[in-house]
Design a protein around this ligand. Structure first.
Ligand code: SF4
Length: 319
Protein backbone atom coordinates (compact mmCIF):
# COMPACT_ATOMS: atom_id res chain seq x y z
CA UNK A 1 0.00 0.00 0.00
CA UNK A 2 1.64 3.16 -1.18
CA UNK A 3 1.93 5.78 1.54
CA UNK A 4 0.66 8.60 -0.60
CA UNK A 5 -2.30 9.61 1.55
CA UNK A 6 -4.57 8.50 4.33
CA UNK A 7 -6.73 5.45 3.69
CA UNK A 8 -10.35 5.94 2.72
CA UNK A 9 -13.32 3.60 2.51
CA UNK A 10 -12.48 2.94 -1.15
CA UNK A 11 -9.13 1.47 -0.07
CA UNK A 12 -10.94 -0.52 2.60
CA UNK A 13 -13.44 -2.27 0.35
CA UNK A 14 -11.05 -2.36 -2.63
CA UNK A 15 -7.88 -3.75 -1.12
CA UNK A 16 -7.81 -4.20 2.63
CA UNK A 17 -10.91 -6.37 2.99
CA UNK A 18 -9.54 -8.67 0.32
CA UNK A 19 -6.16 -8.85 2.04
CA UNK A 20 -7.87 -9.89 5.27
CA UNK A 21 -9.37 -12.86 3.41
CA UNK A 22 -6.07 -13.75 1.73
CA UNK A 23 -4.20 -13.97 5.03
CA UNK A 24 -6.28 -17.06 5.85
CA UNK A 25 -5.10 -18.88 2.76
CA UNK A 26 -1.61 -17.64 1.87
CA UNK A 27 1.64 -16.68 3.53
CA UNK A 28 1.14 -12.94 2.96
CA UNK A 29 3.53 -10.00 3.17
CA UNK A 30 1.81 -6.63 3.51
CA UNK A 31 3.85 -3.49 3.74
CA UNK A 32 3.57 0.26 3.62
CA UNK A 33 5.41 1.32 0.48
CA UNK A 34 6.97 4.51 1.80
CA UNK A 35 9.79 4.53 -0.78
CA UNK A 36 7.19 4.25 -3.52
CA UNK A 37 5.39 7.27 -2.12
CA UNK A 38 8.63 9.24 -2.34
CA UNK A 39 8.75 8.74 -6.10
CA UNK A 40 5.97 11.33 -6.38
CA UNK A 41 5.89 12.98 -2.93
CA UNK A 42 9.58 13.68 -2.49
CA UNK A 43 8.88 17.30 -1.56
CA UNK A 44 6.43 16.39 1.22
CA UNK A 45 8.19 14.41 3.97
CA UNK A 46 5.64 15.48 6.60
CA UNK A 47 2.70 14.08 4.68
CA UNK A 48 4.64 10.86 4.06
CA UNK A 49 5.12 10.37 7.78
CA UNK A 50 1.47 11.00 8.48
CA UNK A 51 0.26 8.62 5.75
CA UNK A 52 2.64 5.90 6.88
CA UNK A 53 1.31 5.95 10.42
CA UNK A 54 -2.28 6.14 9.26
CA UNK A 55 -1.88 3.13 6.98
CA UNK A 56 -0.15 1.00 9.61
CA UNK A 57 -2.90 1.73 12.11
CA UNK A 58 -5.58 0.97 9.54
CA UNK A 59 -3.92 -2.30 8.53
CA UNK A 60 -4.50 -3.51 12.07
CA UNK A 61 -7.82 -1.79 12.60
CA UNK A 62 -9.17 -3.45 9.46
CA UNK A 63 -8.17 -6.86 10.87
CA UNK A 64 -4.87 -7.75 9.28
CA UNK A 65 -3.56 -10.11 11.92
CA UNK A 66 0.18 -10.09 12.69
CA UNK A 67 -0.17 -13.74 13.76
CA UNK A 68 -1.34 -14.65 10.26
CA UNK A 69 0.58 -12.31 7.96
CA UNK A 70 3.76 -10.22 7.96
CA UNK A 71 3.24 -6.48 8.34
CA UNK A 72 6.16 -4.10 7.89
CA UNK A 73 7.56 -0.93 6.39
CA UNK A 74 9.28 -1.12 3.03
CA UNK A 75 12.10 1.27 4.00
CA UNK A 76 13.04 -0.89 7.00
CA UNK A 77 13.97 -3.78 4.73
CA UNK A 78 16.87 -2.14 2.95
CA UNK A 79 17.48 -5.29 0.90
CA UNK A 80 14.57 -4.15 -1.31
CA UNK A 81 16.80 -1.23 -2.35
CA UNK A 82 19.78 -3.48 -2.88
CA UNK A 83 17.82 -5.79 -5.15
CA UNK A 84 16.39 -2.76 -6.97
CA UNK A 85 19.93 -1.60 -7.67
CA UNK A 86 21.12 -5.02 -8.82
CA UNK A 87 18.10 -5.51 -11.09
CA UNK A 88 18.68 -2.05 -12.56
CA UNK A 89 21.92 -3.42 -14.05
CA UNK A 90 19.98 -5.81 -16.26
CA UNK A 91 16.79 -3.88 -17.00
CA UNK A 92 16.68 -2.21 -20.43
CA UNK A 93 15.57 1.41 -20.20
CA UNK A 94 12.91 0.84 -22.86
CA UNK A 95 11.08 -1.68 -20.65
CA UNK A 96 10.52 0.99 -18.03
CA UNK A 97 9.65 3.75 -20.47
CA UNK A 98 6.94 1.68 -22.09
CA UNK A 99 5.03 0.86 -18.88
CA UNK A 100 1.71 2.58 -19.76
CA UNK A 101 1.22 4.21 -16.38
CA UNK A 102 4.59 6.01 -16.67
CA UNK A 103 3.35 8.62 -19.14
CA UNK A 104 -0.23 8.58 -17.81
CA UNK A 105 0.81 9.38 -14.28
CA UNK A 106 3.18 12.12 -15.41
CA UNK A 107 0.24 13.69 -17.23
CA UNK A 108 -2.06 13.24 -14.25
CA UNK A 109 0.38 14.80 -11.78
CA UNK A 110 1.47 17.72 -13.94
CA UNK A 111 1.94 19.95 -10.91
CA UNK A 112 4.95 17.84 -9.87
CA UNK A 113 8.27 17.36 -11.54
CA UNK A 114 8.32 13.64 -12.22
CA UNK A 115 11.17 13.61 -14.69
CA UNK A 116 13.26 11.85 -12.09
CA UNK A 117 15.21 8.62 -12.05
CA UNK A 118 13.19 7.38 -9.05
CA UNK A 119 9.86 7.82 -10.81
CA UNK A 120 11.02 6.01 -13.94
CA UNK A 121 12.32 3.20 -11.74
CA UNK A 122 9.01 2.77 -9.86
CA UNK A 123 8.06 -0.50 -11.60
CA UNK A 124 11.55 -1.84 -10.98
CA UNK A 125 11.34 -1.09 -7.28
CA UNK A 126 7.97 -2.82 -7.29
CA UNK A 127 9.62 -5.77 -9.02
CA UNK A 128 12.27 -5.94 -6.32
CA UNK A 129 9.52 -5.82 -3.66
CA UNK A 130 7.90 -8.87 -5.19
CA UNK A 131 10.88 -10.94 -6.30
CA UNK A 132 12.76 -10.56 -3.03
CA UNK A 133 10.13 -12.77 -1.37
CA UNK A 134 10.14 -15.09 -4.39
CA UNK A 135 6.40 -14.49 -4.37
CA UNK A 136 4.12 -16.72 -6.34
CA UNK A 137 1.12 -14.40 -6.44
CA UNK A 138 0.46 -10.70 -6.25
CA UNK A 139 -3.10 -9.53 -5.53
CA UNK A 140 -3.67 -6.82 -8.11
CA UNK A 141 -6.43 -5.08 -10.00
CA UNK A 142 -6.53 -5.28 -13.77
CA UNK A 143 -4.79 -1.90 -14.18
CA UNK A 144 -1.74 -3.20 -12.34
CA UNK A 145 -1.20 -6.16 -14.65
CA UNK A 146 1.31 -4.31 -16.93
CA UNK A 147 3.44 -3.61 -13.87
CA UNK A 148 3.39 -7.26 -13.01
CA UNK A 149 4.26 -8.18 -16.58
CA UNK A 150 7.49 -6.23 -16.33
CA UNK A 151 8.28 -8.07 -13.06
CA UNK A 152 7.81 -11.35 -14.86
CA UNK A 153 10.08 -10.23 -17.71
CA UNK A 154 12.79 -9.11 -15.32
CA UNK A 155 12.58 -12.40 -13.39
CA UNK A 156 12.96 -14.30 -16.68
CA UNK A 157 15.90 -12.16 -17.72
CA UNK A 158 17.65 -12.64 -14.40
CA UNK A 159 17.08 -16.40 -14.41
CA UNK A 160 18.37 -16.60 -17.99
CA UNK A 161 21.49 -14.50 -17.36
CA UNK A 162 22.50 -16.03 -14.02
CA UNK A 163 20.59 -18.71 -12.20
CA UNK A 164 17.02 -19.86 -11.77
CA UNK A 165 16.25 -18.02 -8.54
CA UNK A 166 13.00 -16.17 -9.12
CA UNK A 167 9.59 -17.71 -9.82
CA UNK A 168 7.59 -15.60 -12.28
CA UNK A 169 4.93 -13.95 -10.09
CA UNK A 170 1.34 -14.41 -11.19
CA UNK A 171 -1.52 -11.96 -10.79
CA UNK A 172 -4.13 -12.94 -8.26
CA UNK A 173 -6.73 -10.88 -10.05
CA UNK A 174 -9.01 -9.01 -7.74
CA UNK A 175 -12.16 -7.25 -8.78
CA UNK A 176 -12.21 -3.98 -6.99
CA UNK A 177 -15.66 -2.47 -6.64
CA UNK A 178 -15.70 1.07 -8.05
CA UNK A 179 -16.20 3.33 -5.09
CA UNK A 180 -17.49 6.80 -5.85
CA UNK A 181 -16.73 9.81 -3.71
CA UNK A 182 -19.16 12.31 -2.26
CA UNK A 183 -19.31 14.23 -5.57
CA UNK A 184 -19.95 11.16 -7.73
CA UNK A 185 -16.44 10.96 -9.21
CA UNK A 186 -14.06 8.14 -8.33
CA UNK A 187 -13.17 8.37 -4.64
CA UNK A 188 -9.75 9.92 -4.48
CA UNK A 189 -7.68 12.09 -2.20
CA UNK A 190 -6.91 14.40 -5.12
CA UNK A 191 -10.61 15.11 -5.79
CA UNK A 192 -11.23 15.99 -2.16
CA UNK A 193 -14.28 13.68 -2.14
CA UNK A 194 -13.06 10.83 0.04
CA UNK A 195 -14.33 9.47 3.34
CA UNK A 196 -11.31 8.58 5.43
CA UNK A 197 -11.06 5.79 7.99
CA UNK A 198 -9.47 8.28 10.37
CA UNK A 199 -12.44 10.63 10.30
CA UNK A 200 -14.78 10.96 13.24
CA UNK A 201 -18.38 9.66 13.11
CA UNK A 202 -19.56 13.30 12.91
CA UNK A 203 -17.34 14.02 9.92
CA UNK A 204 -18.47 10.87 8.11
CA UNK A 205 -22.09 11.71 8.84
CA UNK A 206 -21.67 15.24 7.56
CA UNK A 207 -20.05 14.02 4.32
CA UNK A 208 -22.64 11.32 3.63
CA UNK A 209 -25.65 13.44 4.46
CA UNK A 210 -24.52 16.21 2.10
CA UNK A 211 -23.58 13.82 -0.67
CA UNK A 212 -24.67 14.45 -4.28
CA UNK A 213 -27.85 12.59 -5.35
CA UNK A 214 -29.61 12.23 -8.71
CA UNK A 215 -29.26 15.85 -9.86
CA UNK A 216 -32.61 15.71 -11.69
CA UNK A 217 -34.46 14.93 -8.46
CA UNK A 218 -35.11 18.41 -7.18
CA UNK A 219 -38.25 18.01 -5.07
CA UNK A 220 -39.23 15.19 -2.69
CA UNK A 221 -42.13 14.36 -5.00
CA UNK A 222 -39.89 13.98 -8.09
CA UNK A 223 -39.15 10.35 -8.96
CA UNK A 224 -35.40 9.70 -9.07
CA UNK A 225 -33.06 7.54 -11.08
CA UNK A 226 -30.87 5.57 -8.66
CA UNK A 227 -28.37 4.70 -11.38
CA UNK A 228 -27.54 8.40 -11.67
CA UNK A 229 -27.23 8.83 -7.92
CA UNK A 230 -23.79 8.45 -6.27
CA UNK A 231 -25.62 7.60 -3.03
CA UNK A 232 -27.11 4.53 -4.68
CA UNK A 233 -23.66 3.54 -5.99
CA UNK A 234 -22.53 3.36 -2.37
CA UNK A 235 -25.66 1.41 -1.41
CA UNK A 236 -24.52 -1.18 -3.94
CA UNK A 237 -21.40 -1.74 -1.83
CA UNK A 238 -22.56 -1.16 1.71
CA UNK A 239 -26.23 -2.22 1.76
CA UNK A 240 -27.82 -5.65 1.46
CA UNK A 241 -29.36 -6.81 -1.81
CA UNK A 242 -32.85 -6.50 -0.29
CA UNK A 243 -32.19 -2.95 0.85
CA UNK A 244 -30.84 -2.04 -2.59
CA UNK A 245 -33.96 -3.43 -4.27
CA UNK A 246 -36.28 -1.61 -1.89
CA UNK A 247 -34.43 1.68 -2.31
CA UNK A 248 -34.44 1.30 -6.07
CA UNK A 249 -38.19 0.80 -6.17
CA UNK A 250 -38.86 3.57 -3.66
CA UNK A 251 -36.58 6.04 -5.47
CA UNK A 252 -38.13 5.61 -8.92
CA UNK A 253 -41.62 6.05 -7.46
CA UNK A 254 -40.69 8.95 -5.16
CA UNK A 255 -41.59 6.66 -2.26
CA UNK A 256 -38.50 7.64 -0.29
CA UNK A 257 -36.81 10.96 0.27
CA UNK A 258 -33.07 11.40 -0.24
CA UNK A 259 -32.51 12.16 3.45
CA UNK A 260 -34.07 8.87 4.57
CA UNK A 261 -32.20 7.04 1.84
CA UNK A 262 -28.92 8.52 3.05
CA UNK A 263 -29.77 7.57 6.65
CA UNK A 264 -29.92 3.91 5.63
CA UNK A 265 -26.53 4.24 3.92
CA UNK A 266 -25.12 6.00 6.96
CA UNK A 267 -26.28 3.18 9.24
CA UNK A 268 -24.64 0.55 7.01
CA UNK A 269 -21.38 2.46 6.59
CA UNK A 270 -21.23 3.00 10.35
CA UNK A 271 -21.72 -0.73 10.95
CA UNK A 272 -18.49 -1.34 9.01
CA UNK A 273 -16.57 1.60 10.39
CA UNK A 274 -17.47 1.30 14.07
CA UNK A 275 -15.21 -1.70 14.83
CA UNK A 276 -12.43 0.03 12.87
CA UNK A 277 -12.85 3.23 14.89
CA UNK A 278 -12.75 1.22 18.12
CA UNK A 279 -9.50 -0.50 17.16
CA UNK A 280 -7.97 2.71 15.84
CA UNK A 281 -8.62 4.46 19.15
CA UNK A 282 -7.13 1.59 21.07
CA UNK A 283 -3.97 1.68 18.94
CA UNK A 284 -3.68 5.45 19.16
CA UNK A 285 -3.86 5.14 22.96
CA UNK A 286 -1.19 2.39 22.94
CA UNK A 287 1.39 3.25 20.26
CA UNK A 288 3.76 0.64 21.77
CA UNK A 289 1.51 -2.13 20.44
CA UNK A 290 1.90 -0.73 16.93
CA UNK A 291 5.67 -0.41 17.29
CA UNK A 292 5.98 -3.97 18.61
CA UNK A 293 4.00 -5.34 15.69
CA UNK A 294 6.16 -3.47 13.17
CA UNK A 295 9.34 -4.66 14.84
CA UNK A 296 8.11 -8.22 14.74
CA UNK A 297 7.06 -7.95 11.09
CA UNK A 298 10.37 -6.31 10.17
CA UNK A 299 12.35 -9.14 11.76
CA UNK A 300 10.29 -11.73 9.92
CA UNK A 301 10.59 -9.96 6.57
CA UNK A 302 14.35 -9.48 7.09
CA UNK A 303 14.80 -13.19 7.65
CA UNK A 304 12.78 -13.97 4.54
CA UNK A 305 14.89 -11.75 2.27
CA UNK A 306 18.33 -12.82 3.54
CA UNK A 307 18.38 -16.10 1.72
CA UNK A 308 17.22 -14.58 -1.58
CA UNK A 309 19.88 -11.88 -1.40
CA UNK A 310 22.68 -14.35 -0.68
CA UNK A 311 21.67 -16.31 -3.76
CA UNK A 312 21.41 -13.14 -5.88
CA UNK A 313 24.77 -11.71 -4.76
CA UNK A 314 26.52 -14.99 -5.45
CA UNK A 315 24.83 -15.45 -8.82
CA UNK A 316 25.93 -11.95 -9.92
CA UNK A 317 29.54 -12.57 -8.92
CA UNK A 318 29.63 -10.35 -5.87
CA UNK A 319 32.37 -11.52 -3.55
S1 SF4 B 1 -33.61 8.42 -2.99
FE1 SF4 B 1 -31.56 7.69 -2.68
S2 SF4 B 1 -30.97 6.75 -4.61
FE2 SF4 B 1 -32.73 8.06 -5.03
S3 SF4 B 1 -31.84 10.00 -5.66
FE3 SF4 B 1 -32.25 10.15 -3.47
S4 SF4 B 1 -30.31 9.54 -2.52
FE4 SF4 B 1 -30.22 8.86 -4.64
Amino acid sequence: MQASGKLHIGNLVGALSNWVKLQEKYDCYYFVADWHALTTLYTEPESLRESTEDILINFLAADLDPEKCTIFLQSRITEHAELHLLLSMITPLGWLERVPTYKEKQEELRDRDLSTYGFLGYPLLQTADILIYRAKYVPVGIDQVPHLEISREIARRFNYLYKDIFPEPEALLTEFPKVVGTDGRKMSKSYNNAIYLSESPEEVKQKLMTMVTDPARVKRTDPGNPELSPVYQLHKIFSTKDEQDEIFKACVTAGIGCIDCKKILLRNVFAILEPIWRKRNELLRNPDILNDIIERGTRKAKTAVQETMQLVRAAMGLY
